[in-house]
Design a protein around this ligand. Structure first.
Ligand code: MG
Ligand code: MG
Length: 279
């Protein structure tokens, strides 16, 4: 990862937020059509079209050789699933990760969707993973360290009996998709990189229902749980501030769609971060 010191001015953060919000709107387009019978490739195509229609560029495509706009990870797939011919089935969960590059700044957010009726124990995994995200965000304040974020995530996940993925971490965000510092989903209070106001972070718990261990598939991309149990992933972009992080991305566009479709959606224990939307 780049050693760039991640620190943006308020004007740059306002511009980055537009990228983050476009990711949220793109994931809402996915929410409109995601259902049993839909292929992950169809979702990828509509996301790319939507991003380009909004005069932005898919943030992942071409980076590190990534062939797609979305990374869609189904059930035991943790992250980095490549879209293609796979048909989503009733009872699946699909983590959809999306990046956007607009005005030279990246947005990067992910949401785990339920496909039709999903087992209660899987819904609980999604709920707890989202709570982990909220707790991580609550720790992303000036003067804390990255270990405080990781500790908050890890403690909540493990107290629910879940495994915290070690090999993949959150990150700084800005003119590059991945900047310093790394933001692990595990850690010790008071350790790691000190957080300063204006640092922009992508906080993204990847939580497994079973063991924490993962492996990479032969496609060189897809990460799966070693025990084959499901995994969930939620990601927000935040600016570190004194007292309370400023959340730059939002799930509210997604939730408007899911509510209109009458779909179950993962609840959040926090008031959803009051992000001002641009439409
Ligand atoms: Mg992401
Ligand atoms: Mg990320």
């Amino acid at each position: 990862m780049a050693k760039t010191v991640n620190h943006l001015g308020d004007d740059e953060i306002a511009v980055l937020k537009e990228s983050s919000l476009l990711v949220g709107r793109t994931l809402a387009e996915v929410a409109k059509v995601i259902a049993p019978g839909v292929t992950t490739g169809e979702l990828d195509r509509l996301a790319e079209e939507f991003i380009r229609d909004n005069k932005a560029v898919p943030g992942f495509k071409g980076l590190y050789g990534c062939p797609s706009t979305l990374l869609i990870s189904v059930n035991e797939q943790v992250v980095h699933g490549l879209p293609g011919d796979r048909v989503l089935r009733e009872g699946d969960v699909a983590s959809v990760d999306c990046g956007v590059l607009m005005n030279e700044l990246y947005g990067d957010s992910a949401y785990t969707f339920t496909i039709g009726e999903v087992d209660e124990e899987v819904k609980k995994l999604l709920r707890v993973t989202r709570e982990c995200l909220d707790r991580g965000i609550a720790a992303a304040v000036e003067g804390n360290r990255t270990g405080d974020i990781g500790h908050a995530v890890q403690e909540h996940a493990e107290s629910n009996g879940y495994g915290v993925v070690r090999e993949l971490v959150g990150h700084g965000l800005g003119r590059k998709l991945h900047e310093a510092p790394e933001v692990p989903n595990y850690g010790r209070r008071g350790q790691g990189v000190r957080l300063r106001s204006g640092m922009v972070l992508a906080i993204e718990p990847m939580i497994n229902m079973g063991v924490k261990e993962v492996k990479q598939m032969s496609d060189g991309w897809t990460i799966v749980t070693r025990d084959g149990k499901p995994s969930a992933h939620f990601e927000h972009n935040v600016a570190v501030r004194p007292g309370k992080a400023e959340v730059l991305s939002t799930f509210s566009y997604i939730e408007d769609v899911l509510r209109a479709k009458g779909e179950w959606m993962v609840p959040t224990e926090a008031v959803d971060h009051k992000v001002e939307r641009n439409g």
